[in-house]
Design a protein around this ligand. Sequence first.
Ligand code: GUN
Length: 286
Amino acid sequence: MAQLIDGKQLSNQVLQEVASEVERLKAEHDVEPTLAVVLVGEDPASQVYVRNKVKRAKEAGMGSIEHRLGTATTQGDLNQLIEQLNHDPRVHGILVQLPLPSHLDEEEVIAAINPAKDVDGFHPLNVGALAAGQASLVPCTPQGCMIMLRQVHPDLSGKHAVVVGRSNIVGKPMAALLLQANCTVTIAHSRTRDIASLCRNADIVVAAAGRRELVDADWIKPGATVIDVGINAVEVEGKRKLVGDVAFEAVAEKAGAITPVPGGVGPMTIACLLLNTTRAARHQLA
Ligand code: GUN
């Protein structure tokens, strides 16, 4: 049975560091690191994510500001709100929860955020900095995955990592971080040929395809490390349940280490968001 990489426990360690940094910023600089979260529309999953982000921010002693806008919000309204948050000295981090309702242009919204307050790391300037290997605000989910991987592999150098999925939020930045850590990186996606045999060659598989239990045991080399980014809501015997992009039970018997869903990558993402917010606040000290 694989070693379980406990995201709950690890995220608590990160959150403790965040809370200490918040205390220092308050005591030494009279600054309360503050995250502004913007949610447009009624997507139920997004509502849960946003609620959790705000709750954890409060627990870490940070300030948080929630803006909930109706589905009918226009691009102009949203841009205007972002402009206001960009210029508000009390706000250090801005997060616009994705996906946005389909009439809104995500690219335009992301580009409107002040890169220094872009705690998601989605602004083209931060994406470019990451690609160039420069320190910047790094997307939260891949950052959390790296912390989990380091638990198993303090030195990632020379490992072959396969990232399944090529989203801007996870797959692409994940590949950049693994490359920076000297891994040999393959990005697989829906058009990849023979994805199973690619994965069978991997020391590390990061599953971020958004497809329930896509990665099965016969994709996995014995002893490999498997990071499951998927969060898929399913009904099992009338009960709602979360499953990942990895067939957990089967893969856990073959892998060397694996992250559970829930209690794996999810809590790490939120912890890294708050970590980014304290980093942004420190950078913004006058
Ligand atoms: N939707 C799913 N994941 C994320 C994330 O990391 N940030 C934002 N803003 N929206 C998301």
